[in-house]
Design a protein around this ligand. Structure first.
Ligand code: HEM
Ligand SMILES: *[C@@H]1O[C@H](CO)[C@@H](O)[C@H](O)[C@H]1NC(C)=O
Ligand SMILES: *[C@@H]1O[C@H](CO)[C@@H](O)[C@H](O)[C@H]1NC(C)=O
Ligand SMILES: *[C@@H]1O[C@H](CO)[C@@H](O)[C@H](O)[C@H]1NC(C)=O
Length: 351
């Protein structure tokens, strides 16, 4: 490359970065801003009516996902990637916009299409993430945000060690339960701010099952003789976790799936929701947090505490759009797989 060319490239990059820092990003969360900063951010953004949540697709079987229309292209310097290997992989193959910024509807469609994630859980997870991390004015979310540290599963050495020790080279449910337990105990011992209450309580257990459910090829997910899912081979786990890339010839899950095996992972080493009290090894159970025996509390805690703390007194379009998105979150509850209880709808900003 000539010096002039690389100089021009650098210049373009720097001016793009400068614009990013000057204008309020269209995908940026709006919580935590002063009233004045919020007003000026809202004035600079495109006001958008939240898109309606997509329903289930008509074809729900397995099919080739790593096809000619979805080549792997690693992210460029301005593309956003985050802590979720599922969403990063979808973006690296163009199932999500490669820039890493998307609407909730695009995310729901992409996880259903690329991984055969079940419609109800796709909506629930996406709207929960969107209300916390997304921009309710523009209806955009970046895939780059991380919640509370609970110890990544994808630390390159540890899932390999655990898959070898507990799964004979495969990430199966035994590996998921041992690895999740180890990460929780480690967080209690090392992270004074460790917060393992709802909603992170649920997402941490759910995520530990996702590699076993969604990264395994749909043609071989169920062994014809044993009827069991053997799990995810380390070589393919590394492609997803490290490169955020589908294995060659990847076919998605054989049927719409959610956090299969989550109860087994939890029951193997049950730990009640709670948090460290500002120092290590001070884990204190929180009886008000949603848990596996109190599912609606997941939704109640989320709306009454998480969302209310982030947005105590929204007004105008912000309030309208937050209320619409919280409505979509509530409507996803009865569509969750295995949902039997009916939770009351909460209206934190009035009916
Ligand atoms: C439906 C929308 C989804 C959203 C909004 C989402 C979001 C996230 C976020 C924010 C995290 C990081 C949690 C943290 O530590 O702070 C995460 C982790 C994870 N996600 Fe997703 N995710 C989604 C769907 C998926 C799908 C479809 C898969 C699998 C195909 C998946 C697999 C995982 C895994 C395995 C982790 C744990 C990574 C680790 O601990 O190293 N996610 N996700
Ligand atoms: C995981 O794999 C190991 C080793 O093959 C096996 O002993 C264990 O039963 C498997 N776990 C499950 C839940 O199938
Ligand atoms: C890795 O993934 C590919 C595509 O999904 C699959 O065909 C292959 O069997 C997997 N490898 C192993 C060792 O399971
Ligand atoms: C949620 O908060 C409202 C207002 O503070 C309160 O009236 C309601 O009882 C709370 N609901 C739940 C289920 O905690």
């Amino acid at each position: 490359m000539s010096i002039q060319k690389s100089f021009l490239g650098l210049f373009a990059l720097l001016s793009a970065l400068a614009q990013l820092t000057l204008a309020f990003p269209a995908y940026g969360s709006l919580h935590g801003l002063s009233e004045r900063d919020l007003a000026s951010a809202v004035a600079s953004l495109d006001i958008t009516l939240p898109g309606t949540p997509p329903g289930p697709p008509s074809f729900t079987g397995t099919k080739l996902i790593y096809d000619a229309l979805h080549p792997y292209i690693p992210p460029g310097p301005l593309d956003i990637r985050g802590p979720c290997p599922g969403l990063n992989t979808l973006a690296n193959h163009g199932y999500l916009p490669r820039i890493g910024i998307a609407t909730p509807a695009q995310i729901i469609n992409a996880v259903m299409e690329g991984f055969n994630m079940e419609n109800g859980i796709a909506k629930f997870v996406t709207y929960a993430a969107f209300v916390v991390d997304g921009n309710p004015i523009t209806d955009l979310l970046s895939i780059g945000r991380k919640s509370v540290l609970t110890g990544d599963l994808a630390d390159p050495a540890i899932y390999v060690e655990y898959s070898n020790t507990y799964g004979a080279g495969y990430y199966n449910l035994t590996v998921a339960q041992e690895l999740r337990n180890r990460r929780i105990l480690q967080s209690i011992a090392e992270n004074p701010e460790f917060d393992f209450t709802s909603p992170r309580y649920f997402t941490a257990y759910a995520e530990s099952t996702f590699p076993y459910t969604f990264f395994v090829d749909g043609r071989s997910a169920i062994d014809a003789t044993t009827g069991l899912n053997k799990g995810l081979h380390i070589s393919n786990a590394t492609l997803f976790f490290k490169d955020n890339r589908f294995p060659k010839d990847f076919w998605r899950a054989p049927k719409p799936s959610s956090a299969n095996g989550i109860v087994q992972v939890f029951t193997a080493h049950p730990i009640a929701p709670g948090k460290n009290a500002g120092k290590v090894n001070s884990y204190t159970v929180d009886p008000n947090s949603g848990s596996f025996t109190n599912f609606c509390a997941l939704y109640y805690n989320f709306v009454n505490q998480t969302v209310k703390t982030l947005y105590p007194n929204p007004t105008g379009i912000l309030k309208r759009n937050l209320a619409i998105n919280l409505g979509y979150l509530y409507e996803s509850l009865p569509t969750l797989p295995g949902s039997t209880v009916k939770c009351d709808q909460l209206f934190p900003y009035g009916e």
